[in-house]
Design a binder for this molecule. Structure first.
Ligand code: ZN
Length: 331
């Protein structure tokens, strides 16, 4: 039964109930509602007694939309939930990540990143909201992996990778900032190249498996862009400077918080042109290319995290997370 019909029925019942019990001629004061004329006193007195009109609306089930059921490792997908209050809800059932839903456009969106080193196969996505259960298969697809052997001067290695205090300081820094999240969206439109129109060479793509000359290995989770020392570095999008300082491992370092769990990371800069807490507009100067920290030459190490996981930053350039993906079906 539709809400309006239900309401009218309830109202009529109420009118009948009041006129029956109060004894006053209520019908005359009720404006034309439905079949008012047919409600004679004799008919109304023969109806069962109704003390309180009951209006029980059916509780709508949460509705869930995914941006995709297929995602490449080093990328992300989004979940949209409507008809549910998720303000205290954490999403925990996909590859052990605990992710929060963010209120947007009358519903809730959750960004689900997939680590670069995830084994490509099908994974179960499932979550529960009260009595409502949702499950879906998500296929993680493969992507190209480069391998790289990097010779680093022993003195540089000693001051960086091989220095426990330097590594510990970086780990503290990383754990402190990677999960930082604001529900507000600061980015505006597409993300742009941080080196603008300046010439650069992509020396180490995202997802490269790297071995250092001391035998240490890592998944390179950002893109290295070699450029002349001093080349300007611009904000890839609008945001707030979450961190701007020197670290032993990454040299002069800047994190921009673009909001909704999206952040950009810049390492090895020669100079910082922003301070923690500054607001920056897309394209604004944040610093200069350099070779500070664990670096073998002038370059910008440019990374993007979504929900605390580094994803391919170059996939983000020229695009933005499509928060309206859920509207596609309605078109
Ligand atoms: Zn790098």
């Amino acid at each position: 039964m539709k809400k309006s019909t239900r309401f009218i029925t309830a109202f009529i019942s109420l009118a009948i109930a009041i006129s029956s019990f109060s004894g006053c001629d209520f019908n005359e004061e009720v404006p034309a509602i439905g079949s008012e004329e047919s409600l004679s006193q004799s008919e109304s007195s023969s109806l069962p007694e109704i003390s309180e009109p009951e209006i029980t609306e059916p509780v709508p089930e949460p509705s869930v939309t995914l941006s995709s059921t297929e995602v490449s490792r080093g990328s992300f997908f989004m979940i949209r939930v409507e008809n549910a209050d998720l303000s205290d809800y954490s999403f925990v059932d996909f590859m052990d990540y605990e992710r929060e839903f963010i209120a947007t456009d009358g519903g809730w969106v959750c960004f689900v990143p997939v680590k670069m080193d995830t084994h490509p196969k099908s994974y179960d996505l499932s979550f529960r909201i009260g009595d409502f259960e949702y499950s879906e298969k998500i296929t993680v697809t493969d992507r190209n992996i480069n391998k790289q052997y990097l010779t680093v001067a022993p003195s540089t290695l000693e001051e960086t990778l091989e220095d426990d205090a330097v590594r510990a300081a970086f780990n503290d820094f990383f754990q402190k900032y990677r999960w930082y999240e604001t529900g507000v969206k600061f980015w505006e439109g597409e993300f742009v190249l941080p080196l603008g129109d300046y010439v650069y060479k992509e020396t180490t793509p995202y997802g490269t498996f790297r071995e250092f000359s001391n035998g240490a290995t890592e998944w390179h989770n950002a893109t290295d862009m070699a450029a002349k020392g001093g080349t300007p570095i611009y904000a890839t999008n609008s945001g707030v400077i979450l961190f701007a300082d020197y670290l032993g491992l990454t040299g002069n370092t800047v994190i921009i918080n673009h909001g909704m769990g999206v952040m950009s990371w810049h390492y090895h800069m020669s100079k910082l042109d922003v301070e923690t807490g500054d607001k920056v507009e897309k394209g604004e100067l944040i610093g200069r290319v350099g070779t500070t920290g664990l670096s073998t030459g002038n370059h910008l190490h440019f990374g993007i995290t979504v929900g605390g996981i580094f994803v391919d930053p170059m996939e983000m350039i020229g695009t933005e997370p499509d928060l309206d993906f859920w509207k596609e079906d309605a078109k």
